[in-house]
Design a protein around this ligand. Sequence first.
Ligand SMILES: Nc1nc2c(c(=O)[nH]1)N[C@H]1C(S)=C(S)[C@@H](COP(=O)(O)OP(=O)(O)OC[C@H]3O[C@@H](n4cnc5c(=O)[nH]c(N)nc54)[C@H](O)[C@@H]3O)O[C@H]1N2
Ligand SMILES: Nc1nc2c(c(=O)[nH]1)N[C@H]1C(S)=C(S)[C@@H](COP(=O)(O)OP(=O)(O)OC[C@H]3O[C@@H](n4cnc5c(=O)[nH]c(N)nc54)[C@H](O)[C@@H]3O)O[C@H]1N2
Ligand code: SF4
Ligand SMILES: [Mo]
Length: 740
Amino acid sequence: MNPNFLLPSFLHYRNGPQTADLIQTPSKFGLGMMPKGLDADSTTTLVCGFCSTGCGLTAHLRDGEAIHLSPASEYPVNLGMACPKGWESLAPLAAPDRMTTPLMRDRYGQLKPVSWGDAVAQFVHSFQGIQARCGKDSIACLSTGQMATEEMALLGSLFRFGMQGIHYDSNTRQCMATSHVAYKQSFGFDAPPYAYSDFEESDVLVFVGSNLCVAHPILWQRVLMNERKPQIIVVDPRKTETAMNATLHLPILPKSDLVLFYGLARALLARDAVDKSFVRDHTTGFDEFSSFVESFTEERVLQHTGLEKADFDRFIHALASGKRVSFWWTMGVNQGHEATRTAQAIINLALLTGNIGKPGTGANSITGQCNAMGSRLFGNATSLLGGRDFANPAHRADVARILGMQDDAIRGEKGFAYDQIIDGIQDGTIKGLWVVATNSAHSWIQQESAREALKKLEFLVVQDLYATTETAAFAHLLLPAAGWGEKEGTFINSERRLGLVKQIRRAPGQALSDFRIFQVIADAWNVGDWRHRWSSPEAAFDLLKELSRDLPCDFTGIQGYEMLDACGGIQWPWSDHIASPETSSPRPAVERRLFEDSIFFHEDGRARFLFDNPTPPPETPTSDFPFILLTGRGSSAQWHTLTRTSKSDMLRRLSPDSIYVEINPLDAAARGIHSGQKIQVASRRATITASALVTASVQQGQLFIPMHFPETNQLTLQVVDPHSRQPSYKYCAVQIISGQ
Ligand SMILES: Nc1nc2c(c(=O)[nH]1)N[C@H]1C(S)=C(S)[C@@H](COP(=O)(O)OP(=O)(O)OC[C@H]3O[C@@H](n4cnc5c(=O)[nH]c(N)nc54)[C@H](O)[C@@H]3O)O[C@H]1N2
Ligand SMILES: Nc1nc2c(c(=O)[nH]1)N[C@H]1C(S)=C(S)[C@@H](COP(=O)(O)OP(=O)(O)OC[C@H]3O[C@@H](n4cnc5c(=O)[nH]c(N)nc54)[C@H](O)[C@@H]3O)O[C@H]1N2
Ligand code: SF4
Ligand SMILES: [Mo]
């Protein structure tokens, strides 16, 4: 650790509110207030803060604070249902290890409480010092898909326009970058086209690399509400809970999806199962695509994917004969070395068969975190606010005008993606890092190099609810954040629905909402007058509306938070043209899908067929490392790095106690391994110990370890998709060293 970061105690920042203001009159800063317009003993509805399903939860208040949650029966997403995480959302807020003051590491490596004034002064002093010595681009920021959109947009604006950094990425890189790029290239905008009602209105549902039963249980409930007796086809190397409930499970070899989908396209062409007029009128690249897929013969598909011919035939038949076919994908697609083209291979199938823009159809990416969709649109990381391009001077001018900044405040260069930030720290280009609402020292791929990088930093700031996360252990400065339910703002769910999050609890101690922390830092940094337009989350929402104007995501018709509350959330687009009182529908229909007019967002209005030759993963099994390691979600009660879900007794009881590795019975028998036995699993990076779970849900030659334990990413290898730079978490070569 660099002792120079310690702040001379006389240094205080100039323009921000003084510490005393922040602490003694907390209501001025958004804390300690009663939820707006609510009685002390009443109920109110807000959107859940875990997954992207975006369920409505009813908070039951006593003396102005929530004491209990239940699923909101009127909310159009979940219709009165919630998974265990939703029910238990208050527990993480009440955890004993909540951070209640800023903490600074002293010269002996101990974290010591400091005032907000000192913390913010330290923040400014250290980052500005690094920039003065090493250049503007020697600092970086990693953020999240788990804050309100208003907060993300303010952070992105503060870091990129105020602090003048360009190396800013969000943890949606780990999760949704592939879908973002795939849609942008194929449709002209990052536009998941569906509404959840499509689960209910489909005849054939195809799930690719998605374990909906575990990761999105309430969406699975929506599938169960389908009364059309649908075929449910699951493409997943594992026989997951979702695959067990499917009418057809295709246990493909990991990362053979691209060959499978090109082979399917070829087979559909051969059967003339193509929607010719749709393809002719609304797409480009079809002829090239048709010739490209010629070489993906049935023989090649079966050999490459390991599928049975009968299963492949059933799949072809289902797609060729299905009237309403919908395709759904999640991390089994997004996290791969050729992920973007795989997502686009799915999109191509929907285009080819005309399964888009109609009930029960679509090429549909299911999102992960509660506000990954907000981050994709307004994170200001890869895309400029609203899904614009940083490189486009007209786009920059637009944003500068709306935000009241000088044109040149927005730099056009592309910054580093997450993996490049880690590499940049390793090679000394980046010396200061601000981590907001993500736990890099656990969730980032190939942990050893991520942790080495964190250790090398001159100055690491971590802004979180807890000082006990794996990443906090490396921090020089920790900023205590209010969590979901302790602040207000909006999230955007998987079906593009903006939903409201409300303050139903007081944050503990001196914890401040992320929005407030960014405001205070913006003042201390002296970013300029534009900051005053971000005076509250609702004022920020008005800016977001303006930023969305005339874009595909236009939601200028949403008057404000009250309207969102009254409507049970509103999907974008909802522009003030459609919503004007003169039209017959001033309030939006509850569920809407995109592309009903078959017009896409490219300038020519057409969707693109995009494709590439498949390539092998960089690290394939060898005789030394004969197994493929798959990773992913383990149970509905566990959330990511467990910082939140491990705080609930109930969720802990529903979760496995410690790390386990799923192994096929034949592989286990060959090594004399039985369930419960501790075994060592090694990759070329590390060796870990886990309990064996012998189960036929994994194929021979494959192992599965859930992502929720810090050991898992010690094994993985940092490989990224070239288009999206999303890491390939679900493939590396490992061996079993010994049974104990
Ligand atoms: N309980 C719970 N729910 C969650 C989360 C959580 O942590 N806990 N996280 C949320 C987030 S952020 C996300 S992104 C989503 C993730 O939701 P999902 O993507 O559904 O979950 P995963 O388990 O990561 O991966 C899905 C499946 O991909 C399969 N897979 C692996 N490799 C391949 C392959 O090469 N091809 C194919 N076709 N499939 C493959 C895996 O076997 C796995 O079953 O879940 C969200 N919901
Ligand atoms: N091996 C493997 N690794 C994976 C994956 C996988 O499938 N396999 N999946 C990847 C995916 S899809 C994802 S999304 C990532 C998730 O990775 P992370 O984002 O690192 O996981 P979380 O545990 O959700 O971390 C969020 C952190 O933010 C804090 N936090 C929560 N709410 C707030 C808030 O309002 N404000 C602030 N300031 N802090 C807050 C939490 O306490 C927690 O420390 O993991 C990725 N890693
Ligand atoms: S399904 Fe997702 S949004 Fe719904 S209650 Fe569970 S975690 Fe919350
Ligand atoms: Mo995710």
